[in-house]
Write a new protein. Structure first.
Length: 368
């Protein structure tokens, strides 16, 4: 397998192109997961230190920050896929300029931050105490501009989605030329082991390059499969148990959220193989995945809150439930944020140790 993800020289087969795109998606998923996980404690610290209305600003900063992280991933991912796409085009005898739809897709994604800025401006207008508009002349103007932008943007997104569907099918399904062309010889495909042996076995050793590449592919697949299973299997089962009184309040929502919180655990077999390669204890995997602990705790708290919403018919009880959930700045909150930062630091240390350069003997014995 050719791991030169960002090279534009030579040619790339359909299989290797698909694997590289999967690795890029896995990298984007993992970085987005890490960024959003760090966003909550950093937003908490910012809101409590620099704003008087810390609860309001915390939620504004958190949602806007999360939206910008997602938008950044949507903008960068198509651009990062251009080198591999150029090589795939070379394999079918086409020039590099045909990678331009990826640039178009990235430009479309630039509309997301603009939309979020409109929402942010609307929120600021809503909390403005002076009674006068700050960014717009009137509420009607805000409504007209925002509505026109959303309508035009969604039409553009629909057209782009159609173009990319046709383009993607052509890129992935078109056979490469069976002979050498002006871009190079016919690319040779490295024979890879079975899916189980390559991605889900904790036995044997694995070098750093294969570890990183295969981990990103597993993360990409798990980021889709695990949350989908949670929504389609665990959530209905938990909802049935809750309706029968066999599960506590919020269990169904926890089942709905859990998949999106634990999917990086799919890389555990590869982590264990990497630790074996480096001659370290398998229990060090607990350090690598430490950052998942506060995510699970926050999912449990969110599920408990969502499960209690049926009590909102009682005004006093409902107000108390909502206020308790959204208010920040308590001693328990501070302890939780400290735990979150500690777990994040432990995971960072664990990942850095996994990426240590291979010893010469480990490199020689690593599995392909």
């Amino acid at each position: 397998m050719n791991h030169a993800i960002f090279s534009t020289a030579g040619r790339l087969t359909r299989r290797d192109y698909a694997l590289i795109i999967a690795a890029l998606c896995g990298g984007a998923s993992l970085l987005t997961f890490a960024a959003i996980s760090l966003l909550l404690p950093l937003t908490y610290v910012t809101a409590t230190l620099f704003f008087r209305e810390m609860t309001l600003m915390f939620w504004i900063l958190f949602f806007m920050g999360g939206a910008l992280i997602l938008a950044s991933a949507a903008i960068l991912l198509p651009l990062l896929a251009i080198p591999a796409t150029v090589r795939r085009l070379h394999d079918i005898g086409r020039g590099s300029w045909l990678a331009f739809p990826l640039v178009l897709l990235s430009l479309i994604a630039f509309g997301l931050p603009v939309f979020f800025l409109f929402i942010f401006a609307a929120l600021l207008e809503g909390i403005n105490q002076s009674g006068s508009m700050v960014f717009f002349d009137s509420p009607e103007q805000l409504e007209l501009i925002l509505g026109s932008f959303v309508l035009g943007y969604f039409i553009l997104c629909f057209v782009t989605l159609f173009i990319m569907s046709v383009y993607g099918a052509w890129i992935f399904l078109k056979k490469g030329m069976s002979t050498a062309n002006c871009y190079g010889d016919v690319p040779a495909e490295e024979q890879i082991p079975s899916v189980r042996a390559a991605y889900f076995s904790g036995q044997g050793t694995i070098d750093r390059a294969h570890f990183v590449f295969r981990t990103l592919i597993v993360i990409a697949a798990a980021g889709v499969i695990v949350p989908t299973l949670g929504q389609s299997v665990l959530y209905p089962a938990a909802a049935i148990l809750k309706s029968l009184g066999a599960a506590p309040m919020g269990t169904d929502f926890f089942a709905l959220l859990i998949g999106g919180m634990i999917y990086p655990l799919a890389a555990l077999p590869l982590v264990l193989r990497r630790l074996r390669t480096l001659g370290r204890s398998r229990y060090e995997a607990l350090v690598v995945f430490a950052a998942l602990l506060p995510n699970l705790l926050s999912a449990a708290a969110t599920a408990r809150f969502l499960g209690s919403l049926d009590r909102l018919t009682e005004d006093a009880v409902g107000d108390a439930i909502i206020e308790e959930f959204i208010t920040i700045g308590t001693a328990n909150d501070s302890l939780f944020i400290a735990l979150w930062l500690l777990c994040a630091l432990l995971s960072l240390i664990g990942v850095v140790r996994l990426l240590k350069a291979d010893e010469e003997n480990a490199e020689a014995n690593a599995m392909a």
